[in-house]
Design a protein around this ligand. Structure first.
Ligand code: PL3
Ligand code: FE2
Ligand code: FE2
Length: 231
């Protein structure tokens, strides 16, 4: 069963905890920074939604600052080099989709996949976080729902014309998410976060998003299965 609380003996200042935190926190900082850049890129691609997207990108910059403060609070140095490797595949796929002007694919990567990943991770982290990080993360996760919503609404409004592009982006990028979850499993466990809980929360958010966009239950089952076998 997923653990719902920090065990009373969790020592946030132990070397073991701080070592795992340096990588997890690095991932989160890099993820927020890339999200910031991705929304700026999307603002260029969708000029009629420019103001909204630049507002989202500013929120991501604030999130990064918040998580940097969490690291300072535990005297941890985030491992940003590790984090860049962690995001390299999604980063490259976003850049390629943007170069091809594939707005739907970019929104699938950033607003669906990355935001659902963040929402799952932050929700699972909140009950086991130190007091300082919990307050920061609670504020952040509220914003992430609105970023997910932006992607859902745009993709739903354009559903018929982008359906195939969304399916292709799902097929290309969902297997990467399972790989990323495997890569983070051991460090997440040190922070009292269970991989099973992360997978469950991610699938719930992502499946709901696909449903809101207009996919049928049958489509969602098929789309969710991509890459799962390897997880
Ligand atoms: C987009 O707004 C944010 C993108 C961030 C992605 C975060 C993925 C996190 C995976 C590991 C979970 C640990 C959470 C702990 C927070 C310090
Ligand atoms: Fe964010
Ligand atoms: Fe976000």
């Amino acid at each position: 069963m997923p653990q719902l609380q920090a065990s009373p003996e969790t020592d946030f200042h132990s070397d073991t905890y701080r070592d795992a935190y340096s990588r997890i926190n690095g991932i989160v900082i890099e993820g927020e920074q890339e999200a910031h850049e991705n929304y700026i890129r999307l603002a260029e691609m969708l000029p009629d939604r420019k103001d909204d997207l630049l507002r989202l990108s500013k929120m991501e910059a604030r999130h990064r600052k918040g998580f940097e403060a969490c690291a300072r609070n535990l005297s941890v140095t985030p491992d940003l080099e590790f984090a860049r490797q962690f995001f390299a595949s999604l980063h490259q796929n976003f850049q390629e989709a943007a170069a091809d002007n594939k707005v739907a694919a970019c929104l699938v990567i950033q607003s669906l996949i990355i935001e659902c990943f963040a929402i799952a991770a932050y929700n699972i982290y909140i009950p086991v976080a130190d007091d300082f990080a919990r307050k920061i993360t609670e504020g952040v996760v509220k914003d992430e729902y609105s970023h997910l919503n932006f992607g859902e609404v745009w993709l739903q409004e354009n559903f018929e014309s982008v359906k195939e592009e969304v399916e292709a982006a799902n097929r290309q990028n969902l297997p990467i998410v399972w790989r990323m979850l495997n890569e983070v499993e051991k460090d997440a466990k040190v922070l009292n976060m269970e991989k099973e809980a992360l997978v469950e929360d991610f699938m719930i958010q992502y499946g709901e998003a696909l449903s809101n966009i207009g996919f049928t239950t049958r489509d969602i089952m098929k789309m969710s299965a991509y890459g799962l076998v390897a997880a």
